[in-house]
Design a protein around this ligand. Structure first.
Ligand code: EPU
Length: 338
C-alpha cells in the first residue's frame, strides 16, 4: 500500500507535535512499492529526501521543501532458531515498544531494558537507541534496506553499521540515502539480566521474582516517573547527548562540583550527565510561551502546546551556551534538527 500527499502537515509524524509541512510525503508498506514509485518518478533522485520513522528524535524548525519518505513496513517473523537464540526479522514500521512487549511475552530476551522508548523499529539502529545499560546494537544481526543512490536493496551486517553511542553509519555516510525496511534481531531464549544502572535493580526487586517481565515493568515505571509521554506532552526524549570530555576537564569540574555525576568512557575519557549540567544552569522546569524544559528531566525539551520549531531551537541554543559558559562543555544535540 502507498500513500502520497502534497503540502502535507507533519504534525502527527513528529513527537514534538510541530506543525511543519512537507512539500511531498510518500508512505509505503512494501519495498516493491517504493522501487516502483522511484522508477516512475526519476526527478525525485535529485530532490531533497527526508527519511522519517516515528519522528521521535526530530525537531522540525522549518517546512521541508522536498520528499518525505515514511517506511511503514509491517511484520515480525522468526527467520532462524537455535537452542539458545532466535533471529527475528521485523518490519521498519512496527512500533518499537509493541515489539519489545511481544518479545517479552514470547520469551525472547535482551530488549527488556529498552522498554517504552518511543519510535519505530526502523529508527532503532539509526541512532542505536539505548537505555538502562543496554544498547540495541548488541541485539542487532543485520539491517536491511534500500539505497537511494545505487537504487538497490541490500543487507548490512551489524559489524559494518559503525554503531557507537547514539550513532551509526545511518546518521553519517548513509544519511538520507539508505532507507531501513527491516531489522533482523538476535535474541536470547534464556534471560541475561543487566540491572546495574541507577535504581533499576531496586525497582525490579520491588516486584518480587527476578524475571524479564519484571525488568520491563520496572523500566516502564522509571521512565514514566521521569520522562513525559509524547502523546500527552510533545517531546523528543533526550534533546542532547551526554557529553564525553577529556579526563583533565572532568577532574577540574569534579574538584569544583564533587557531587557531579561522571562515568568512565572510551580512551580514558569521561562521560558527564547533560541533564545535571543543564539543571545546574537553572533550566529545569523553565518555560517560555509553550517551549520548555521538563520539570523532572532537564535533558528533555517539551512543547506545551503550540511552540514552533524555531522557539524550541532557540531555547536549545540558549541552554547550550549557558552550559558552555559555566562548565566549558559543548553539548551536542541528540535529536535531528531540520
Ligand atoms: N540528572 C540531574 N538532573 C536532571 C536529569 C539528570 O541531575 O534533570 C542526573 C541524574 O540524577 C543522574 C544522571 O544525571 O545522576 C543521569 O540521569 P538519568 O539516569 O536520568 O539518565 P540520562 O543520562 O539523563 C540517559 C539517556 C536516556 C536514557 C537514560 C537511562 C542519553 C542522551 N540519554 O539519560 O535516553 O533513557 O539515560 O538509561 O544518553 C534518549 O536517548 O532519548 C533517552 C531518553
Amino acid at each position: 500500500m502507498i500513500r502520497f500527499f502534497e503540502d502535507f502537515s507533519l504534525k502527527n509524524y513528529n513527537t514534538f507535535g510541530i506543525d511543519a509541512k512537507a512539500r511531498f510525503f510518500f508512505e509505503f508498506t512494501e519495498l516493491d512499492d517504493l522501487t516502483e514509485f522511484l522508477q516512475q518518478n526519476t526527478s525525485w533522485r535529485e530532490e531533497q529526501f527526508l527519511l522519517l520513522g516515528g519522528g521521535s528524535n526530530l525537531l522540525l524548525v522549518h517546512d521541508f521543501d522536498g520528499l518525505v519518505i515514511h517506511p511503514n513496513v509491517p511484520g515480525v517473523q522468526v527467520v532462524r532458531e537455535t537452542r539458545n537464540q532466535v533471529w527475528l526479522e521485523v518490519g521498519a514500521g512496527e512500533d518499537w515498544d509493541r515489539f519489545v512487549d511481544y518479545c517479552v511475552k514470547s520469551e525472547f530476551y535482551g530488549l527488556e531494558n529498552l522498554s517504552l522508548i518511543p519510535g519505530t523499529v526502523g529508527a532503532a539502529p539509526v541512532q542505536n537507541i539505548g537505555a538502562y545499560g543496554v544498547e540495541v546494537k548488541d541485539y542487532i544481526d543485520t539491517v536491511n534496506g534500500f539505497d537511494l543512490e545505487t537504487m538497490t536493496s541490500y543487507s548490512i551486517p551489524a559489524e559494518e553499521c559503525r554503531f557507537a553511542y547514539r550513532n551509526s553509519i545511518f546518521k553519517n555516510e548513509l544519511k538520507n540515502r539508505f532507507i531501513v525496511t527491516s531489522v533482523v534481531f538476535r535474541l536470547e531464549k534464556f534471560p541475561e539480566f543487566k540491572l546495574d544502572y541507577g535504581s533499576l535493580k531496586a525497582e525490579v526487586e520491588k516486584r518480587g521474582e527476578l524475571n524479564p517481565l519484571h525488568v520491563r515493568e520496572a523500566v516502564v515505571a522509571i521512565r514514566q516517573s521521569k520522562l513525559p509521554d509524547p502523546m500527552e506532552l510533545g517531546n523528543a526524549g533526550s534533546f542532547f547527548k551526554n557529553p564525553v570530555v577529556d579526563a583533565q576537564l572532568a577532574e577540574k569540574l569534579k574538584a569544583d562540583y564533587p557531587e557531579m555525576p561522571a562515568y568512565p568512557a572510551e580512551d580514558g575519557k569521561v562521560k558527564l550527565a547533560a541533564g545535571w549540567l543543564i539543571e545546574q544552569c537553572g533550566w529545569k522546569g523553565f518555560r517560555e510561551g509553550d517551549a520548555g524544559v521538563h520539570e523532572h528531566q532537564a535533558l528533555v525539551l517539551v512543547n506545551y502546546g503550540s511552540a514552533t520549531g524555531e522557539e524550541l531551537f532557540q531555547l536549545a541554543e540558549r541552554i547550550k551556551s549557558s552550559v558552555a559558559d559555566r562548565f566549558g562543555v559543548e553539548l551536542e544535540p541528540e535529536a535531528n534538527i531540520l
